[in-house]
Write a protein that binds this ligand. Structure first.
Ligand code: 1HE
Length: 274
């Protein structure tokens, strides 16, 4: 995978974030890059890595306005560390699954939007992590699988809740029952990613998008992250009421007033074809 653009100076993380040895964390202006850094094990998610993800996403500095999440080596993530699984009792497995839920909630419902850049295997728990992000950019090498069915287990990292919301329960059932694997183009078509780019271009695209996100008013980003998915899950009556409240709160914020004034005075960009 290519290195990120050098438009901003890249600063290694400091303090607690620097101590997370299974992640590599760097700041580039308002964008923080969180890399899964266990390439020898294909970024398989063991207990320590899941705990470190939670620590990273709950400990982002105030300067961070968006995150790019990617994986070192040739694959985004091989999913659950299967070596740890074999040692777990049923009771421990429930707690373990809840620990993934907690960590991935910090990704989805943290302070800032997350752009996942995907390449190679995005499988099992790796896909569950990817779908906790808000935007997914897939390199053409990316492929998606849920081998839980073949391994005799079930998803435990929020996949049965988040994945059907993107692709429908029928497609997820097909992936789990038959081992069906989707490639990057198919993943784009069915909604697993919003973008596909050539292999080696993922980080550049991911950073471009993250910088755009970071330039939005923080309260707009917050509303998209926290209000939008909840409204989408509500009955229309309740959803529309919450939308009115969120909309009034966002438009009352000084950042909204400044931005609308800038447009009315001809100082803001028009919406054009891209
Ligand atoms: C692992 C894991 C792993 C690799 N746990 N160690 N996930 C899976 O069922 C996917 C299993 N993995 C694979 O299918 C392949 O490893 C890959 C397609 C991802 C990559 O293939 P490749 O040829 O590049 O690597 P490799 O030679 O298979 O693996 C390299 C090393 O990574 C090797 O260790 P080594 O010490 O022998 O070098 C592998 O053992 C190790 N490795 N994948 C542990 N998953 C909350 S519920 C979620 C449930 C799930 O995620 S189920 C899906 C599990």
């Amino acid at each position: 995978m290519a290195t990120p653009p050098l438009s901003d100076e890249i600063r290694p993380a400091a303090g607690e974030l620097a101590r997370l040895d299974l992640l590599r964390i760097e700041h580039s202006g308002p964008v923080t890059h969180v890399r899964l850094n266990r390439p020898a094990k294909r970024n398989a998610l063991n207990d320590s890595l899941v705990a470190q993800l939670q620590a990273a996403f709950s400990g982002l500095p105030e300067s961070t306005q968006a995150v790019v999440l990617s994986g070192e080596g040739n694959h985004f993530s091989a999913g659950l560390d299967l070596f740890e699984l074999s040692e777990r009792s049923v009771a421990e497995a429930v707690i373990h699954s809840r620990s993934w839920h907690s960590a991935f909630e910090h990704v989805q419902f943290g302070r800032v939007p997350v752009v996942a850049v995907l390449h190679g295997a995005v499988v099992g728990g790796g896909l569950e992590l990817a779908v906790a992000a808000h935007i997914r950019v897939a390199e053409r090498s990316a492929y998606y699988g849920l081998p839980e069915g073949q391994r005799g287990i079930f998803v435990g990292g929020g996949g049965s809740s988040r994945i059907p919301r993107l692709i429908g329960a029928a497609r997820m059932a097909d992936m789990m029952l038959t081992g069906r694997v989707y490639d990057a183009e198919e993943g784009l078509r069915i909604g697993l990613s919003q973008y596909v780019v050539d292999t080696g271009q993922g980080l550049e695209k991911g950073f471009e998008l993250a910088h755009k996100i970071a330039a939005n008013a923080p309260l707009s980003n917050f509303a998209v992250m926290h209000a939008l998915p909840r409204i989408a899950d509500m009955a229309p009556g309740e959803g529309l009421f919450l939308e009115s409240l969120m909309s009034a709160i966002a438009s009352g914020d000084p950042a909204a007033k400044d931005r609308i004034k800038a447009f009315l005075e001809g100082r803001a960009a028009k919406v054009t074809r891209q």
